[in-house]
Write a new protein. Sequence first.
Length: 309
Amino acid sequence: MQRSSRPSVRSHARRLAAVGTTVLAAGVLAAAPAAAGVSAHGGSDGYRDGSTRTTTAPTPKPSEQPRPTRGGPTATAAYVYLKLDPSKGAYWENSGQQYLVAAWEGAEWRNITWEQIRDAVPVEVCGAGWAVQEDAAYGGTEVFTDSEAPHYPDGVLKWTDKGGPLFDADHWDLEEHVGAVPDCAPTYPVPTPTPTPSVPPVPTPTPTVTQSGPTPSATPTTTPSAVPAPTSSATPAPTTTPTSEVLAATPRPTPSATVRSEVLAAGDAALATTGSTVLPVAIGAGVLVAAGGVLVALRQRRRSNGSDA
C-alpha cells in the first residue's frame, strides 16, 4: 500500500511564535486535527516536492505527539533509511529500504541513538542522506517486530482507513535525532591476490626390499653349436665293368676238303684245280664269330639286369 506523511506540526508552532497572538494560535491549533487524517506514508502533504523542514530542535514537542482517535493499546516504532535522493527531504516517496531500530509501547515520538542504530542496523550508517521514520499503530510492539520493514512503495502495514493498525507517522533527517552523521571511511580497491600455483604433491617412493646375501651368478647357458647335418653322399653304384667273355665256339668238324682232280679238256686250255675251295671256309668262320659275339652280349645283359635288381 502507499504510505503518506502528515504535515509537520512543528512548522505551525513556529508560526504561532512569530505571530504572537492568541487568536492565531487558536486558529492554527484548530486546523491541526483536521490535517491528522493525512498520513506520513504517501498523500498530498507538501513533502512530495522534496522540501524539508528546518527544525533544529532534537526532541519533538509534546504537542507534536501522535494522537490516537480510539482507545486500546498503542505502540511506536522507529526506522532509519537512506534517501533515494540525498539532496531532497525526508519523506515516504524518497525513502529506500528501511531498517527497524527500536519499538516501544505507547504513541510517542522519540529520538533514537547511535547505540541503537549500531546494534540494530546490519549496514553501516554514515555520510549524508540518512533519515528516520516513526510509525504509530494500534496494538503492541509485535505489530512492528513481527512484520517486515517498509520499503517504498511497499508500506507493509496498512492505515486504519484501509483496515490496518497505523494511525500516524512522521519523517526526520537523521541529524535531527543524533546530530552530525560521521563521514564514511574512504574505500580503496582491494587488490586481487594472485593465486599461488599449487605444486602437485610428489609421491613418496615405496622402499624396495633388497635381499641380503650373495647375488646368485647367472648360470652360463651353453649354446649348442649347430651340428652340421651329415651330408649323405651318394655312394656311387659300382660300375659293372663289362667283361667280354669270348665263348669258345664249339668246334665243328671241319669238313675235309675233298680233293678232286678235274681234268679239263685240253681243248678249252683250262687249268686243272686241285684241293679245297677257300671262300666257304671264310664264311663259316665269320658265322661262328658272330654267333659267339651274340652269346657274349646276351650273357652280359643278364648280369647287368641281375646287379640292378
